[in-house]
Design a protein around this ligand. Structure first.
Ligand code: SF4
Ligand code: SF4
Ligand code: SF4
Length: 290
């Protein structure tokens, strides 16, 4: 049996990931039987496990430790901090990403990833067969997004503590993208979504060779202003808003088309004097109906 030695390096973690790395080497996970063990000297190791985000003080150390490994060198980045910087990306002390400093062979998402995920990644990278464990009930994995339900409202973007959700408008489309490399499975997005379009998966996220490729995305059509033609808001969000107004105020249902026309104007066109006048007349009529 081939012996594989692993060295763990913390370049700026909270130690959560380190605890899980040590747990992964517990006897019950069977790495020892596969000939994989932790060592305390990088020059005895072939594999480097990196946790945390590189800082101005650890950046050079990461490169030096990697170069001390015995070839062929393999590196595995463990945890959201090592993948993307997580909430610390852009912080004054952060100095680049792990894969900007050394070559990374596999990325294990999560904050922290479970020992099972770390073992699975090691077994995959070292081509030692496969390992899989049943995921316990109630496990919070990565958020899935239902593109049919998402209205592009952006509530999830506002509450995400790590900036893992991006919202980009391109042409007549809004993209809501969940970046799993930054996600800590906190479920804030699931709680905040008014459309129940987000649900945290019950699966343990698998290691990947491309951290930027992991994620989920919804594309939502943007409405064009009926006056000037510029895009200004997601069509489903406007439709849901109108539905909600009429659910709460059934008496307004006779004015549905007029309200929809007003809502179909962008902010600039809505502020034109003739449109302000029309909106005031509509409000007056609604007031009389209420
Ligand atoms: S990914 Fe989470 S657990 Fe791991 S070092 Fe970063 S903050 Fe700590
Ligand atoms: S679960 Fe949602 S809110 Fe929490 S970090 Fe992940 S994407 Fe952001
Ligand atoms: S997932 Fe939910 S909260 Fe996020 S943009 Fe879509 S509808 Fe809004």
């Amino acid at each position: 049996m081939r012996q594989v030695n692993v060295y763990r390096l913390d370049v700026g973690s909270c130690n959560g990931c380190d605890i899980e790395v040590f747990s992964a080497f517990a006897r019950r996970f069977g790495l020892e039987e596969l000939g994989v063990k932790l060592v305390g000297d990088p020059s005895e190791a072939n594999v480097l496990i990196v946790t945390g985000v590189p800082t101005v003080k650890t950046r050079d150390m990461l490169r030096e430790v990697y170069e001390r490994l015995k070839p062929p060198r393999l590196a595995i980045a463990v945890g959201a901090c090592a993948l993307s910087g997580e909430a610390f990306e852009g912080s004054y002390s952060v100095d680049g990403m792990v894969d900007e400093i050394i070559h990374v062979d596999a990325y294990v998402p999560g904050c922290p990833p479970s020992p099972h995920a770390i073992v699975e990644a090691l077994v995959d990278v070292l081509k030692l067969g496969s390992k899989a464990w049943e995921v316990p009930g109630g496990f919070r994995g990565m958020p899935n997004i239902d593109a049919e339900k998402c209205t592009g409202c952006g509530a999830c973007v506002q509450v995400c503590p790590t900036g893992a959700i991006e919202m980009v408008d391109e042409g007549n489309e809004r993209k809501v993208r969940f970046r799993y490399e930054k996600c800590i499975s906190c479920a804030s997005c699931e709680e905040a979504c008014p459309e129940e379009a987000v649900e945290l998966g019950a699966e343990r996220p698998r290691a990947t060779g491309d951290r930027k490729a992991i994620g989920a995305e919804a594309k939502i059509e943007l409405r064009r202003c009926s006056a000037c033609g510029s895009t200004f808001a997601p069509t489903p969000q406007l439709e849901r808003t109108l539905d909600r107004i009429l659910e709460k105020k059934e008496k307004f249902s006779g004015y549905r088309d007029l309200i929809a026309q007003t809502m179909g104007l962008c902010k600039n066109c809505r502020n034109l004097p003739e449109n302000i006048r029309k909106a005031k007349i509509l409000l007056f009529k609604l007031d009389l109906t209420a």
